[in-house]
Design a protein around this ligand. Structure first.
Ligand code: ZN
Ligand code: ZN
Length: 216
């Protein structure tokens, strides 16, 4: 089983939609028989100092600096891995039965504010979707829910669900796709709403292969 740490970064807005999307993602992987599960690691509170203003051509944008967020998530992942290791050790001492291999090399941060970066390669690279950063074999994913927000709670949760699948797809080596598929990134949010809430067949098979490959 591949565990993906899941953290809510920032103030407690939108908790219901986030919890709903989280459950839906795990139900999805379960129903598809894929050995991937999100595991909730709690909330990561940020002091007001974390929020910065960045001046762009389009005016001033308030957001979290990407680099600070990914570093915090990386530290959280290392801590969660240590706890997982201790738990495994304690269990192994109690009973000698060989348990299913459980790993946690990835962490997913849901952020309430826009993510900003001074790095021109990342700036507005994927407006509606997230960003990933590797720390050797560890992978940090960040997704801002700001562009997904809607008064329509069901729509909001749908957008979020697809966004999480998209990032997890990348984390397991998938690239963008041209089909009606969560790996096909939208140019505008209306396009995202029309997108099927699933991987296309080709992406799904690749995901399945890559998950097996990593756990072998
Ligand atoms: Zn993408
Ligand atoms: Zn696809």
């Amino acid at each position: 089983m591949e565990l993906v740490g899941f953290v809510h970064v920032g103030n407690t807005f939108n908790e219901k939609a986030i919890a709903g999307a989280y459950r839906r993602v795990n139900n999805y992987f379960k129903s598809k028989n894929l050995p991937i599960r999100l595991v909730y690691l709690g909330e990561l509170e940020l002091g007001p100092g974390y929020l910065v203003n960045i001046y762009t051509d389009g005016g001033s944008v308030k957001g979290y600096p990407l680099e600070g967020i990914t570093e915090l998530l990386h530290a959280k992942l290392i801590h969660a891995r240590e706890e997982l290791f201790e738990k495994k050790k304690a269990r192994a001492e109690k009973n000698n039965s060989s348990e299913e291999e459980v790993t946690m090399n990835k962490i997913f941060g849901i952020v309430n504010f826009p993510i900003v970066s001074r790095n021109p390669y990342l700036d507005f690279y994927e407006k509606f979707l997230g960003i990933q950063q590797n720390f050797h074999e560890l992978k940090v994913m960040v997704l801002s829910i700001k562009p997904f927000e809607s008064e329509n709670k069901k729509l909001f949760e749908d957008r979020l669900f697809k966004g999480i699948l998209h990032e997890i797809g990348h984390a397991f080596g998938l690239n963008h796709c041209q089909e009606d598929c969560v790996m096909n990134p939208p140019k505008v949010i209306a396009e995202w709403d029309l997108r099927r809430d699933d991987f296309c067949e080709k992406c799904f098979l690749e995901l399945k292969r890559n998950v097996r490959g990593e756990t072998d």
